[in-house]
Design a protein around this ligand. Sequence first.
Ligand code: ADE
Ligand code: ZN
Length: 319
Amino acid sequence: MIPKAELHCHLEGSIPPDLAHALAARNGLDLPDKLFDAEGHYIWRDFLSFLDAYDRVCGVLRTARDFGDILYSYLQRTAAEGAIYVEMFCSPERPKSLGIPYADWLGALVDAIDRARRDFGIEARIIGICIRHLGPDRALALARQIVAEPHPYVVALGMGGDEAKFTPADFAPAYRLAHENGLGCTIHAGEVVGPESVWAAIRDLPVTRIGHGVRSIEDSALVEELARRGIALEVCPGSNVALGLYPNRAAHPLPRLIAGGVRVTLGSDDPPFFHTTLGTEYDQAGLGELVLRAITRTAIEASFADDATKAKLLKGVPS
Ligand code: ADE
Ligand code: ZN
């Protein structure tokens, strides 16, 4: 099996329907209406209704243990597909809205990572992610929280949510704070909105990676700039096809980004929503084994893990 590393997966977006059912039952909750189709898959139509379905799945969560169990089960499934490293987007906004103290939520995630390392040999880190449509003030509060209670497993600040809302510059104070305190920085851009959103992100924020960024392909000067600056893209082809950015995997710009010299990695984004897994992304990328191994090495190098962890992981991926 090709060793794999993933830099783009959302914790709550990784909840498979059967786990959503189990968590709802454990918490004595009914699952929301119209969340599943006849085959038991999540229902959504477009980007905004996907974000809405995502929020409704989060409605089954109640305790810090729920978040830890989601992470542990994801690491178990992904290690079985050959993953050696996962950097997970985890939003402190969700536990906060449930009244779970940050330290309890983080403690459950840290425990899940330690157990998964022991049980499956996989390494993992956490990216604290803010939610763009909740606005810059909430993002800054979240960055302050992460900085105030640092943990070696919380390695970066990220941002998902509705890309059409606000501008990257609006979030500069949050990102500056994270960067000044030694955290890595990444942001979703160039997914729903075009290349201008990637230009704005790399101009106005101290990011070394872009979540998706695939629409950079529409602007050759931007492709050159990404290659020149060594900015890594967290590419999630299955997500992009599911959300209708491209009609199928053959039309996806991944090979053109690689040909343009851009550093790329592969991720599953919200795997059960998009009927994918990290293993599927590697299998269906249309790339040979040597290129896939190079992608894993790029992911480790572009990760926000400490240098000793990166060196150890890289030993497991001979080129
Ligand atoms: N939150 C979860 N998945 C996302 C995506 N693909 N884009 C933006 N925000 C998200
Ligand atoms: Zn994402």
